[in-house]
Design a protein around this ligand. Structure first.
Ligand SMILES: Nc1ncnc2c1ncn2[C@@H]1O[C@H](COP(=O)(O)OP(=O)(O)OP(=O)(O)O)[C@@H](O)[C@H]1O
Length: 300
């Protein structure tokens, strides 16, 4: 489990992280989202032990990450700016990773060659295309058999087929080995398919973190045709976050479980009523759109 407690990080007087707290459960795929400059890469660099926090704690299974080689050898990461030694090939990097990661799986490296056919393992990584470089680092990271995998915008630059393949490999590791995956992304649609937990960052803090099912189970989109053209006066304690009308169809975004909201609306004997799930994008717009302007930037 990753625990980040009240972490503060200041760069030249600017508080990039401003008392950030988050918890990533073991074996989860946790999506970290937030507008540009929110602090996503900065917190990921603390979790991988690159930065030292000014205050607060960054713990993996209860142990601090900073200057702790034992913990760091259980964490693999794909940063936003890929790093490889000058002129090192994927194969050279494999030999380097093999020394650092005690559980490096050589046979998996050989087996995964087929999964990344575009990567010439003997060519300098820097001379590969951007997408191929990402593929090379996925290949290497998966072979480290890490307990924790930290990915900063991991599938950016990958083609759609490769994105799918990489997610499926990651989800396989989560299912088979209980790997914990922490991933930052601007793509909520994609995160929705893969994440089970989500945290939203803004101005160096986590605004909200929940399991996806918790988020989805607590807000519903209702499409309703009432007896009259106009909607009746709805009870004040029904928490309607948004309402719109096209023709006779009213669309209501209501906080609460679908069944409970349906029961409440049934008293108006509507001609038609349907509960629809909200997408992750919609949830963020309606749950948080009013609270923080920055949140709109991510989802619109
Ligand atoms: N090494 C640094 N020196 C000075 N300021 C920094 C440094 N690293 C990050 N910052 C600042 O900290 C803030 C958070 O940056 P960070 O890269 O973590 O944001 P982000 O959420 O990853 O953004 P993006 O979505 O654009 O990648 C920004 O205002 C950035 O300018």
């Amino acid at each position: 489990m990753i625990q980040v407690k009240d972490v503060v990080k200041t760069f030249d007087g600017f508080r990039a992280l401003d008392g950030l707290s988050m918890e990533v459960p073991k074996g989860s795929i946790y999506g970290l989202v937030g507008p540009n400059g929110a602090g996503k890469s900065t917190i990921l660099r603390h979790i991988t032990g690159i930065y030292r926090q000014d205050a607060g704690q960054v713990l993996v299974d209860g142990a601090p990450v900073w200057e702790n080689p034992r913990v760091k050898s259980r964490i693999a990461s794909i940063p936003d700016e890929l790093y490889s030694f000058l002129s090192a090939s994927t194969r050279d990097m494999m030999k380097f990773y093999r020394q650092f990661y005690p559980r490096f799986d050589q046979s998996r490296y050989e087996a995964l060659r087929e999964a990344f056919p575009a990567v010439n393992e003997r060519q300098a990584i820097r001379r590969l295309s951007k997408g191929m470089q990402k593929q090379a680092f996925f290949w290497l990271s998966l072979c480290c058999r890490p307990d924790v995998l930290v990915l900063d915008e991991p599938v950016d630059g990958l083609d759609p087929v490769m994105r799918r393949q990489v997610w499926s490999l990651l989800m396989g590791d989560v299912a088979d080995y209980g790997t914990t995956v922490l991933v930052s992304s601007h793509n909520l649609r994609e995160l929705e398919d893969v994440c089970d937990h989500v945290g939203i960052l803004s101005h160096g803090k986590v605004l909200i973190q929940r399991s996806l099912s918790e988020l989805q189970g607590n807000i519903v989109k209702m499409q309703v045709v009432f007896q009259e053209r106009e909607a009746p006066a709805l009870p004040e304690d029904l928490e309607v976050l948004h309402i719109s009308q096209v023709g006779r169809i009213h669309t209501l975004i209501v906080r609460g479980a679908a069944e409970e909201v349906m029961n409440r609306l049934a008293v108006y004997a509507p001609i038609l009523m349907e509960a629809l799930p909200l997408t992750l994008e919609e949830i963020f717009i309606y749950e948080l759109g009013g609270e923080d302007y920055a949140v709109r930037d991510i989802v619109l």
